[in-house]
Design a protein around this ligand. Structure first.
Ligand code: UD1
Ligand code: CA
Length: 453
């Protein structure tokens, strides 16, 4: 049977105390809802329907480009009403898997276990909690699951039940449509409860199976920012554990943040407080010092990134040395063994093999040849206020400290530039080029003194 997924995401999320709809809040750098959609996609369903309500435009904007169809629920009249909004678009011979946009950590493996058995009946994902307060309770008798009772409608005996409804379930579309069409809202909250379908299914002699979640974290919902932070840590803990199992050394798995995907070679070491964003690839034996931010980067074997460096949109061949306090911006490409030291910024720049920019420089829109050394405080003046221009420096050049290279400009192979020069014309290969105002000394000159009164 084909599977259609319905993700409930219309809730207001009042307790977030935010103008942003709850499901658009970020978990691991992406909207909460995006995680649920991505997990759902792994089941290869026929369609994914997202039921939205509050802040609809912002929810849709947060998921731009996702392969989902949008269903509006103008008024939030309950979970049963919400699912019913999506049913007109779902054929009778599908099964309907209901997920919540604010339960972002559920795994594809758990969902696969939920949809696996009992294709003609209803399967509920349940969790047994020491403190079941607030959840719907699974009421059983010796024949099995009979119904779900909500916290607010439960008797004292039912409140003692610890087996809880996570809200996630799968049911065949045809009877579901009938059940939802005839729900009543005669209950403590005046809502159309999705959970009322269980009693109907049992009444029609269908089998209702409870599948229990692997752990409580994965079915935890998010209602406020405290819970969101808890989910974030749970996500990061799992990401850290996965990396360690893959052979990465983490100085402290509790101080690690992944907001995207990270692939690693053997024997990488990540110090505390690093943040990885977008798609990052590390080769073998890469060491990353404390408090680095690495985004959309490809870092070759044996590279060493010292503390507090920011690497964004850069490609590093093997054995490069970066930082501390370096900033590699998009389009930075470093050949083998290149070095970028403290307080150096690079952008749209290629550094040849073994080239060095060790201190306090800005190198933008440049090509730097192999083995060239760029002295402290060198600036490529790449921007004339309207356009960007390129600087080309040949292999084996030596740029003295405190030099400004006014682009467009070319420095020949093996050229030497004297310290403190402002170079606006091409400098020939293998020669010393310098611009320097004559030095003078004024004898008998006195420093200004502070007035006495
Ligand atoms: C629901 C379940 C309860 C379960 C609990 C797990 C019902 C009646 N109760 O209760 O058994 O233990 O989840 O967290 O289903 N939503 C809409 N439209 C609506 C109402 C809700 O889209 O009209 C969405 C919410 O945004 C949320 C989800 O459905 O993502 C659950 O709604 P919520 O109000 O949190 O349900 P609970 O009362 O917690
Ligand atoms: Ca809830």
């Amino acid at each position: 049977m084909k599977l259609s997924v319905v993700i409930l995401a219309a809730g207001r999320g009042t307790r977030m105390r935010s103008d942003l709809p709850k499901v658009a809040h970020r978990l691991a750098g992406r909207p909460m809802l995006a995680h649920v959609v991505e997990t759902a996609e792994r089941l290869k369903p026929a369609a994914i329907h997202v039921v939205y309500g509050h802040g609809g435009e912002r929810v849709r904007a947060a998921l731009r480009g996702a392969p989902v169809s949008w269903v509006e629920q103008a008024r939030q009249l309950g979970t049963g009403h919400a699912v019913n909004q999506a049913l007109p678009a779902i054929p009778d011979d599908h099964r309907v898997l209901v997920l919540y946009g604010d339960v972002p950590l559920v795994s594809a493996e758990t969902l696969a276990r939920l949809v696996e058995p009992n294709p003609q009946g209803v399967n509920l994902l349940t969790v047994t909690l020491d403190d079941p307060h607030g959840y719907g309770r699974i009421v059983r008798d010796d024949r099995g699951v009979q119904r779900i009772v909500e916290q607010k409608d439960a008797s004292p005996r039912e409140l003692a039940i610890k087996e809880c409804n996570t809200g996630l379930l799968v049911a065949p579309a045809e009877p579901l449509r009938r059940w939802l069409g005839s729900l009543s809202n005669d209950n403590a909250q005046g809502e159309y409860y999705l959970t009322d379908i269980i009693e109907r299914a049992v009444g029609e002699g269908l089998c209702v199976e409870a599948v229990s979640a692997a752990d409580a974290d994965e079915v935890q919902g998010c209602n406020d920012r405290v819970q969101l932070a808890r989910l974030e840590r749970a996500y990061q803990r799992r990401a850290a554990q996965r990396l360690m199992r893959e052979g990465v050394a983490l100085a402290d798995p509790a101080r690690f943040d992944l907001r995207g995907t990270l692939s690693t070679g053997r024997d990488c070491y990540l110090d505390v407080g690093c943040v990885f964003e977008g798609t990052v690839r590390l080769g073998h034996n890469v060491e990353i010092g404390p408090h680095c931010v690495i985004r959309n980067a490809d870092i070759g074997d044996g590279c060493r990134i010292e503390s507090h460096s920011v690497i964004d949109g850069a490609r590093l061949a093997a054995e490069c040395r970066i930082g501390p306090y370096a900033r590699l911006r998009p389009g930075s490409e470093l050949a083998r063994g290149a070095k970028v030291g403290n307080f150096v910024e690079t952008k749209q720049t290629r550094l040849g093999e073994g080239a060095k920019v060790n201190h306090l420089s800005y190198i933008g829109d440049a090509e730097v040849g192999a083995g060239t050394n760029i002295g402290a405080g060198t600036i490529t003046c790449n921007y004339d206020g309207a356009n960007k221009h390129r600087t080309e420096i040949g292999a084996g050049a030596f740029i003295g400290s405190g030099t400004q290279l006014v682009a467009p400009v070319r420095i020949g192979e093996g050229a030497t530039i004297g310290a403190g020069s402002t170079i606006g014309k091409n400098a020939p290969a293998d020669a010393l080029t310098l611009t320097r105002a004559p030095q003078k000394s004024l004898r008998g000159w006195r420093r200004p003194r502070k007035n006495e009164d």
